[in-house]
Write a protein that binds this ligand. Sequence first.
Ligand SMILES: Cc1cc2nc3c(=O)[nH]c(=O)nc-3n(C[C@H](O)[C@H](O)[C@H](O)COP(=O)(O)O)c2cc1C
Length: 189
Amino acid sequence: MKIHEVIITTCDKNCNHHIAPMGINIIDNKVIIKPFKPSKTLDNLKESKCAIVNFIDDVRVFAGIVTGIKREWSLEKVSDNKVMRLKDANAHFTLKVKAETEDKVRPEISCEIIDRKTYKPFLGFNRAQFSVIEAAVLVSRLGRLPMKKIHEEIEYLKIGLDKTAGNIELEAWSWIEEKIRSFEIEHDA
Ligand SMILES: Cc1cc2nc3c(=O)[nH]c(=O)nc-3n(C[C@H](O)[C@H](O)[C@H](O)COP(=O)(O)O)c2cc1C
């Protein structure tokens, strides 16, 4: 099933906000989120029963969060919703949790789209953005994938990055490289 890489914003009952990259399925008026256990996103979805899907082409948000180098991003209130959206999102969906399929590893949270807003136009595909997203997925699997595979994939992804990146993608890429370096030093990999 087609997966869209997005940023999910959620909050707990005390309105503490949480921002996390997730791959979601969009089927008509429904979104399926599949957070691994344990995760703050899963806890918040269960607790507050709402979320916002942020569609954003600033790939630093993905890289910043998975590397832990920049976890905080500007948020903006969406009418009277408890959950806030990313201020720089191109568009967002507001979600209401409708059902949960329990699973030991990765439950499926099925949500209804109750509102949609668009702020910025789609400006075409960019290979460097793709490279950063792929590299962010690799970073989220550090410790689980062999380092040889990570280095081979990073080398390939750098081709598209070098040819097409702007400053935003270059900054995101520098965080990815920094995280891989520090992981190797910490784990003597
Ligand atoms: C592009 C991308 C897609 C991701 N998709 C998922 C996902 O579908 N489910 C998940 O649990 N984690 C996913 N991750 C990893 C999470 O973003 C990361 O583990 C995050 O810390 C989630 O845990 P949290 O809710 O506790 O912050 C993805 C990461 C990236 C970069």
